[in-house]
Design a protein around this ligand. Structure first.
Ligand code: UDX
Ligand code: ADP
Length: 448
């Protein structure tokens, strides 16, 4: 089957950039990205410098494909009806209520998509899981589609996204691998082939790996868990370095020079953040417990525990430096995004760090080159515990430029490795960054 129309449900950090690249590389396919969020769609259709997702290279891709074969719309039903292939790229946060709360993935948005597709589809569809999902979710989606559908045939594929924010466009252009999981039936394998043909427009065939559905679903969770495990491993060792006089940067370089280990994802930090790692590991832990694999669950849970320990440890270091009380101390928090080159702050260590300092009496001055003041206050509102005072704005200000930072401040803390921070002269202040280093001169630690 030759695909002429693709629909993607969810115009977020995954759906937006992924579909923009598919549209760019497959000019003969009409790609429509739909979302219930009107503001988000309006922003995707608006000026290129205010797209809802900040990613280096994204504006160029959208500029070329938008209006040609890439469309953003709120008309979900129409796009579903038109398409032969539908990607589900909606959010799958950790459940906050009910069975598995705090651990399992909340699948209500995915299930709502499946119901929507079932009710609208008048022709056969290939439905693709793009969002990260627990293993065996395809079964649930299939059940909904078959139960509520109007007699048409649905084929489910798993095609997890491996892009990292900040390098999403490069990751999509030159993926290490594209993973496509399908049912081991004749129609399942045909559907796999239609998706292989799309990616083959720009990805070498050797990098397109096809598997059964369950391996593909689990590979995404497992990949993220392994990456996060490396960070927790090096972060745990940073604590030991501080006790023994070993230098964590040297340690990380020395370990990474062994080609069996490699250098990537061995950078000590204030802890990992982002919408994926914590959520996916919790999901993995939940799955393991569900299957009675308690030892395996505990092994992976430890990756999260070390991450929480690291975030807490960094905040405590600043508190200890000032003798256990930050009352009246003015502390700058530089960086709010969970990593450089993104405007995404979901699960950013800065949020938890700021909360701990604020609770200990600090007056906070926050700056991030890409995260807006509104987003910062909305994160505080969403993530901080109930203990926050009614009017947080009295103790917290958000700067709109790094040059507004008053260097007579008590301390500067660097939470995100933005390039701009490495170039800035902080020579008159005390600087803390995430690698267990305290500098009272120029912040040159992160350079290079
Ligand atoms: C991750 C995976 O890398 C990607 O493949 C998957 O599709 C989605 O989840 P992302 O969360 O966007 O991507 O960013 P990533 O670059 O993995 O960084 C995650 C966090 O780990 C960030 O907070 C980053 O600062 C931190 N990190 C990363 C470290 O602390 N040390 C490192 O060495 C690398
Ligand atoms: P991700 O990082 O996985 O892309 P985001 O939260 O950035 O997650 O984006 C997910 C998008 O999916 C949101 O913009 C949300 O409005 C959209 N969405 C969720 N459920 C539905 C639905 N049933 N129909 C259409 N869009 C949806």
């Amino acid at each position: 089957m030759k695909i002429k129309n693709i629909c993607c449900i969810g115009a977020g950090y995954v759906g937006g950039p992924t579909m923009a690249v598919i549209a760019l590389k497959c000019p003969d396919i009409k790609v429509t990205v739909v979302d219930l969020n009107k503001e988000r769609i309006a922003a995707w259709n608006g000026p290129l410098d205010t797209l809802p997702v900040y990613e280096p290279g994204l504006t160029e891709v959208v500029a070329e494909a938008r209006g040609r074969n890439l469309f953003f719309s709120t008309e979900v039903d129409k796009a579903i009806e038109e398409a032969e292939m539908i990607f589900i790229a909606v959010n799958t946060p950790t459940k906050t209520k009910g069975e598995g709360a705090g651990m399992a993935a909340d699948l209500r948005y995915v299930e709502a998509c499946a119901k929507n597709i079932a009710q609208v589809a008048k022709t056969d569809k290939v439905v693709i899981e793009k969002s990260t999902l627990p293993v065996r979710t395809a079964e649930k989606i299939k059940e909904i589609l078959d139960r509520e559908g109007k007699g048409v045939h649905f084929e489910i594929l798993s095609n997890p996204e491996f892009l990292a924010e900040g390098t999403a466009i490069q990751d999509l252009f030159k993926s290490d691998r594209v993973l496509i999981g399908g049912y081991e039936t004749e129609s399942g394998q045909k559907a796999v082939q239609t998706l292989v043909d799309i990616y083959a427009n720009w990805i070498p065939k050797v990098k397109i790996f096809t598997t059964n559905v369950w391996s593909s679903e689990l590979a995404k969770l497992a990949s993220n868990a392994m990456l996060a495990q490396r960070i927790s491993s090096i972060n745990s060792l940073s604590a030991l370095c501080e006790k023994t006089g070993a230098n964590i940067n040297e340690l990380s370089e020395a370990i990474g020079m062994d080609h069996r280990i490699g250098q990537k994802f061995l950078k000590a930090s204030v802890g990992f953040g982002g919408s994926c790692f914590q959520k996916d590991i919790l999901n993995l832990v939940y799955l393991c417990r569900h299957y009675g694999l308690d030892e395996v669950a505990e092994y992976w849970h430890q990756v999260i525990k070390i991450n929480n320990y690291q975030k807490d440890r960094f905040a405590q270091k600043i508190i200890d430096y000032f003798g256990g009380d930050l009352t009246g101390k003015r502390i700058a928090i530089l960086g709010w995004a969970f990593k450089a080159n993104t405007n995404d702050s979901r699960e950013s260590p800065a949020i938890y760090f700021a909360e701990k300092l604020f609770k200990t009496g600090a007056i906070l001055e926050i700056y991030d080159p890409m995260v807006s003041k509104e987003s910062i206050f909305s994160d505080i509102d969403f993530y901080w515990e109930a203990s926050k005072p009614k009017d947080i704005t009295t103790g917290i200000s958000v700067l709109n430029s790094l040059n507004k930072l008053d260097l007579s401040i008590d301390a500067v803390t660097i939470l995100t490795e933005w390039e701009a921070f490495k170039r800035h002269d902080f020579s008159k202040t005390i600087v803390f960054d995430g690698r267990g280093i305290l500098s009272s001169s120029n912040y040159s630690i992160g350079k290079g």
